[in-house]
Design a protein around this ligand. Structure first.
Ligand code: MN
Length: 219
């Protein structure tokens, strides 16, 4: 065993889901989790381990790999797989059984001062998620002293823009196609109404840096 931070370097591992595979109900049933988590997320982990084996990147955390390879055409495959591991680690935690409802008070205050109301915030998230053309992600982020909603394409993430993410919704077709086919908006609205994990967003709001939440999943 290495003395320090073995969880950060390769081989990277697929973190355990924070709930049972059938815990998210009809919106994201076990059939979708089996492919999305068991095949896609696992695939990014396997790919990254192959891509960095024997290179100087092998000892780095996911965040370090992401920031060092972002925007470099010759490192695109490494960036894409590392970022997709990070994004999915964050996505699974962005939902919980019996989610939705009201955010904790501190987060709700920031949502209201940034968007006007919780409903307006959810509308912006839904709009970003449904208007992202092709594959990508919708995010609630800290942007300076307020919150905002951003969308990213493919594997890209707020980390490369210096923004701190609070939660995300995966809008790649593999996230919803088995249940919803072309009806992305129905998937997004169901996530926002019954699965979104405001407690996770509130924890990230109070966390000293954006990496804390994904490191938890490596334990
Ligand atoms: Mn996905």
């Amino acid at each position: 065993m290495n003395k320090e931070k073995t969880v950060s370097g390769s081989p990277y591992v697929l973190p355990a889901l924070p709930y049972k595979e059938n815990a998210l109900g009809a919106t994201i049933p076990a059939t979708t989790i089996a492919f999305h988590y068991g095949k896609h997320h696992q695939g990014y982990v396997d790919n990254l381990n192959k891509l960095v084996a024997g290179t100087e990147l092998a000892g780095m955390s996911l965040e370090q790999i992401i920031t060092q390879t972002a925007g470099k055409a010759d490192k695109a495959a490494i960036f894409n797989n590392a970022a997709q591991i990070w994004n999915h680690n964050f996505y699974w935690q962005s939902m919980r059984p019996e989610g939705g409802g009201e955010p904790p008070a501190s987060l709700l205050r920031m949502i209201e001062s940034s968007f006007g109301s919780l409903d307006a915030c959810k509308k912006e998230l839904a709009n970003a998620a449904t208007t992202q053309f092709g594959s990508g992600w919708a995010w609630l982020v800290v942007d300076g002293n307020k919150l905002s909603v951003v969308k990213t394409a493919n594997a890209d993430l707020p980390l490369t823009k210096g923004l701190k993410p609070l939660l995300t919704i995966d809008v790649w077709e593999h996230a919803y196609y088995l249940e919803f086919q072309n009806r992305r908006a129905d998937y997004v609205n169901a996530v926002l109404e019954s699965l979104i994990n405001w407690n996770f967003a509130a924890e990230n709001l109070g966390a000293p840096h954006h990496a804390a939440s994904t490191q938890d999943m490596h334990r």
